[in-house]
Design a protein around this ligand. Sequence first.
Ligand code: MLT
Ligand code: MN
Ligand code: ZN
Length: 307
Amino acid sequence: MSPPEAPHLRALVLGSGGGGGVPQWNCRCRVCRLAWDGDLRVKPRTQSSLAVSADGETWLVLNASIDLRQQILATPAMQPKGGDRHSPIAAVLLTNTDVDHAAGLLALRERQPFMVFGTRATLDAIGANRIFDVVAHDVVPRRAVELFDPFEPLPHLSVELFPVPGKVPLWLEEGEVRTDMIGDATVGVSVEAGGRRLVYAPGCARITDELHKRIAGAHALFFDGTLYADDEMIANGLGEKTGRRMGHMPVAGPGGTLDELTRHDHVRRVLIHINNSNPILIEGSPEEEVVKAAGWEIAYDGMEVRP
Ligand code: MLT
Ligand code: MN
Ligand code: ZN
């Protein structure tokens, strides 16, 4: 037997799209139309999820996408190996309770032991929905995690949650909605293994000092790439909300992500959770060029990063 390999952080993008994926089931916007028509300039994308591992054998899935079953079918590393019942997915961590991030738990309901991690607020929201009890508590324990309190969901993989400005999920919105709340409803994740570190923040309304600090200490960043322009949904006749109203800062424009995170050009920076309206999804588009020229990569399903 060969000696076990030293821990080595790796990340696999299971789903690079935002809510709805690409193409979205009912959409023929500029981007979706190309995807429906099979134009190779737009890669189809499933919904938001990133898997991380220290050994390539057991994985922590950051956000259980509503497309999780499809993602497992497309990803050999996520498929059962040996024995009658097995899964490389040993744990799931939710960064919030958006449908695209949490509903995938329902795909993992066959009495397979794994752990679910999230903040108290996240686990309370899941706990209040009895449909999630189908993922039986006796085989799938849920563990509440405190912000700023590092833990090891898998051996040799250290994880720490920190608050990121955001809002309650769409399905819990009531009355006036604060879109950049700091608390434990929306979190970013720091993941470390073998001395390498990545930060994952698929939903972020605004850059904070805390985020700057986290990103500065990381080797790779997977960051909210939902919309290119704040008014892109409105301008394309797709909806009435700005990105900021949805709790997502735009990629471009004043106060956008490219602007705000230029100082971190030593970090490998990847946009993830990309909405179907976002023109960076069209390869060769001027917007894609802008993002690449600023030193950013655009996540795609199946992308592997070894920070
Ligand atoms: C978001 O990221 O804003 C949500 O996924 C929106 C939604 O629930 O469709
Ligand atoms: Mn989302
Ligand atoms: Zn679309």
